[in-house]
Each structure stands twice: as structure tokens, then as C-alpha cells.
Write a protein that binds this ligand. Structure first.
Ligand SMILES: NC(=O)c1ccc[n+]([C@@H]2O[C@H](COP(=O)([O-])OP(=O)(O)OC[C@H]3O[C@@H](n4cnc5c(N)ncnc54)[C@H](OP(=O)(O)O)[C@@H]3O)[C@@H](O)[C@H]2O)c1
Length: 267
């Protein structure tokens, strides 16, 4: 995929990985349509994209839990740029804690933001992509999409579901020219964990690192994009999955039990 002049849609572009991806697509000469709920932050990102010489449009405040908002976002991109070359389903939320303590509204918000919203965006974008016989859909999953971590059960379920959606659609769309890819960030330093961002370390990505993987995936679409050093975890998962469930459960139980170490969301 040639990115110069390409019409690229990024959800959840008001911060973190989405904002970094929008800026990087802009530097490649793409024409951007971006969305999120925080309009002030979104307009800042759009301005940064324009400073890089790109066209950038904020259609409206978009809440991924509202299908009508999501469809209006995609329709706005089509109205302004007349085509959709890349859709990056990046918006997402987490929740960490004991599964049985999770309020039902948090459970619904996670599913609607991390799964229903992306699915609706794909349905809205597909007709234009199919008509053009081309397009790249990039779903931002997580390492939790192949290694479910205890105390993030519903978040892990949504990311597994997003991976399943990606793989199944990839088969359904084979031969159409539309590619579907899943990108699996590991722990990344963003606002995702609220006031408890992860400390720097070999297992912690920067948003720009993940953004580079996303832009590379748009250029050269691949089924699954796992960033180092998490590729090893993917390889050992089928063999060590069972023992890892217990080890991670124990480690997270200790972390959640220690006072002052209770992050608001899951990775
Ligand atoms: N950070 C990590 O450790 C990590 C690890 C693996 C995967 N990921 C995934 O990476 C993606 C980006 O997360 P991030 O780390 O960049 O976190 P972030 O900085 O918190 O960004 C999340 C983005 O999603 C948007 N968003 C959340 N709920 C939304 C809703 N209901 N409607 C519209 N937009 C919504 C937020 O915008 P508004 O609040 O303005 O709406 C924000 O732009 C997520 O899918 C996350 O699951 C993150």
C-alpha cells in the first residue's frame, strides 16, 4: 500500500498509540480522518498532522460504544476523501480487577468499545474498500489477545474476540484485495493505565514504537504483527499456557493485594 495520498482512518487518536500513529501516517503523506471522544485533544493531534503537511479531518465527537457515531465517522471520511484505504481500529479501554467484582456497565463498555465499535467500523468501511478492490484493516489487539492474563478477564476476552474477528474476516475477504491484520502491542507507556503508567523496561513499548509497527503493517499487510520481545511469548504459549495461567494469577494476586498498587485498568 502506497501511503502518500491514501485515506487513512484512525480511531482513538486523541492519545497514546492512536495519536502517534496519526502523526506517523501524516509524515508519510496520508490524508487522515481521526476520532475519539475528547475533541480538544483530537484537534491538537489533527493540527500536528497538518504541520507535517498532511490533510487531517475531525468529523465529530465519536463514542465507539455508539454505532451511529462510528458510522458517521466512517461516512465523514468517505464524504471528504471519497475512499478508504486504511482503517486502524485502535480505540480501546481496559479494566483490571477480580472478575466477580466487575460492574456490569464496565463489562458492557469494554465489549462495546473493544469489539462492537471496531466491528461496526469495519462494516461501514467495507463497501468502499470492496468496490475499490483494495484496503487494509488493522485491528489493534494486545498480547492479551493470545496470552489471557488473570484479573483482566473481560479485556482479554475482547482482545481474543478482536483477533478472531480479524482472522475469520481475513479468510472471508481473501481474493477481494482487502487485507485484515491484527497488531498485538505489549505493555505500552500511554494513558491507558491512568495514573499508574508502567515503568520503563525491556518489556515496555513506547507509543511511537507501536505506531511504527502499525504504519509498516499498512504498507506491507501481514496477518499477525507481534512486537519484540513478545514474539517468544507467542511461541511458548501453546506449550506453557497452563502453568502460565497459575504463575500470572499468583503474581497479579500479590500485586493487587499490596496497598497503593491497584491500577485502574488492564494492559
Ligand atoms: N497501553 C498498553 O499497555 C496497551 C497494550 C496492549 C494493547 N493496547 C491497546 O492499544 C490501543 C490504544 O491504547 P493506548 O495504550 O494508546 O491508550 P490511551 O492512550 O488510553 O488511548 C486510548 C484511545 O482510545 C480512545 N477511546 C477509549 N474509549 C473510547 C470510546 N468509547 N469511544 C471513542 N474512543 C475511545 C481514547 O480517546 P477518548 O478518551 O478521547 O475517547 C484514546 O484516544 C487500545 O486498543 C489498547 O487496548 C494498549
Amino acid at each position: 500500500m502506497r501511503l502518500k495520498g491514501a485515506s487513512v482512518l484512525v480511531t482513538g487518536a486523541s492519545s497514546g498509540i492512536g495519536a502517534a500513529s496519526a502523526r506517523l501516517f501524516a509524515r508519510s503523506g496520508a490524508r487522515l480522518t481521526i476520532c475519539a471522544r475528547r475533541l480538544d485533544r483530537l484537534h491538537e493531534v489533527a493540527d500536528q498532522c497538518r504541520h507535517a503537511g498532511a490533510e487531517a479531518v475531525v468529523v465529530r465527537r465519536t463514542d465507539m460504544t455508539r454505532p451511529a457515531d462510528v458510522r458517521a465517522f466512517v461516512a465523514g471520511a468517505l464524504r471528504d476523501f471519497d475512499r478508504i484505504d486504511v482503517l486502524v481500529n485502535n480505540a480501546g479501554v481496559g479494566w483490571r480487577g477480580r472478575f466477580q467484582d466487575m460492574p456490569e456497565d464496565a463489562l458492557r463498555t469494554l465489549i462495546e468499545t473493544n469489539l462492537t465499535g471496531p466491528a461496526v467500523a469495519i462494516q461501514a468501511a467495507l463497501p468502499a474498500m470492496l468496490e475499490a478492490n483494495s484496503g487494509v484493516i488493522i485491528n489493534v489487539a494486545s498480547v492479551v489477545g493470545f496470552r489471557a492474563t488473570p484479573y483482566s478477564a473481560v479485556y482479554a476476552a475482547t482482545k481474543h474476540a478482536l483477533v478472531g474477528l480479524s482472522h475469520a474476516l481475513r479468510g472471508e475477504l481473501s481474493g477481494t484485495g482487502v487485507k485484515v491484520c491484527a497488531v498485538y502491542p505489549g505493555t505500552t507507556r500511554t494513558e491507558f493505565r491512568g495514573s499508574a503508567p508502567p515503568a520503563d523496561g525491556p518489556f515496555v513499548h513506547r507509543a511511537e514504537q507501536v505506531a511504527r509497527a502499525i504504519v509498516r503493517t499498512a504498507r506491507w499487510p501481514r496477518r499477525d504483527v507481534i512486537l519484540a520481545p513478545y514474539r517468544l511469548a507467542h511461541l511458548v504459549e501453546p506449550v506453557l499456557g497452563g502453568p502460565l495461567d497459575h504463575l500470572l494469577g499468583e503474581a497479579r494476586r500479590r500485586a493487587l493485594d499490596s496497598p497503593g498498587d491497584r491500577p485502574p485498568s488492564g494492559s
